[in-house]
Design a protein around this ligand. Structure first.
Ligand code: SF4
Ligand code: SF4
Length: 208
């Protein structure tokens, strides 16, 4: 498998999806959200976490950690942000996993790299594009640092929950995680990363 960095080129160009919306349908709970996604969803919709939970997102459990994910809608099995015309209603604010597709993320000692999810995109003969252009994330270096930190934090929590075998600890961790990283509204006009670091300090003091 080839691992890429954001300055590398990869076969990603799908001609603006050419009317395809396959990766916005039937995704189950796989489009898991992180705090950066929550910041942008709040900015795009003006909704709080509770408002988004009414219809657009749901809770997903993975290795003892509860996190929000995009909700496929009953009846259509499509994301709630997919329009009737098959376009993303929040394109500029879409979650990180949507931006990546058909790239996957790989985390190791050297940090974050990307790989192509072979045969995941319906369009064949895709053109080569620079990954950073595909992702369209402002201040990409800061974003990638955040992703590495968030990944490490989640992994550590999962390990601690598995080691503790205490339901009370797992419940306390999840309540604080949801509260501080997702439910507490972000100031969408202020810098996300500063707010995230403050929340990380607060949550680390409470649950570590
Ligand atoms: S947020 Fe947009 S890009 Fe992501 S699954 Fe929903 S409609 Fe598709
Ligand atoms: S499967 Fe490929 S072409 Fe279809 S919507 Fe997803 S990224 Fe676009």
């Amino acid at each position: 498998m080839t691992f890429y960095q954001s300055n590398d080129m990869a076969r990603l160009g799908c001609g603006d999806c050419r009317g395809c919306s396959a990766c916005c349908r039937g995704m189950g709970q796989s489009i898991v959200l992180d705090p950066y996604d929550m910041f942008w969803l709040q900015k795009a919709t003006g909704e709080t976490f509770a408002g988004l939970m009414q219809e657009k997102i749901e809770l997903h459990v993975e290795n003892g950690i509860i996190l929000p994910s995009l909700k496929m809608q009953p009846g259509t099995d499509a994301c709630g942000f997919l329009t009737k015309e098959g376009r993303c209603a929040i394109h500029g604010y879409r979650p990180g996993l949507c931006r990546c597709f058909p790239l996957g993320r790989n985390y190791d000692e050297s940090g974050l790299t990307y790989f192509l999810l072979e045969d995941a995109c319906r369009i064949q003969n895709r053109t080569k594009l620079k990954i950073k252009k595909w992702l369209e994330v402002p201040a990409l270096a800061r974003y990638e640092r955040f992703l590495v930190m968030w990944h490490g934090f989640r992994k550590g929590l999962m390990e601690r929950i598995a080691d503790s075998s205490s339901d009370e600890y797992a419940q306390r961790v999840n309540v604080k995680l949801l509260e501080l990283m997702f439910q507490k509204p972000y100031d969408v006009n202020d810098d996300f990363y500063v707010q995230f670091e403050e929340r990380m300090e607060a949550i680390s003091a409470l649950i570590c």
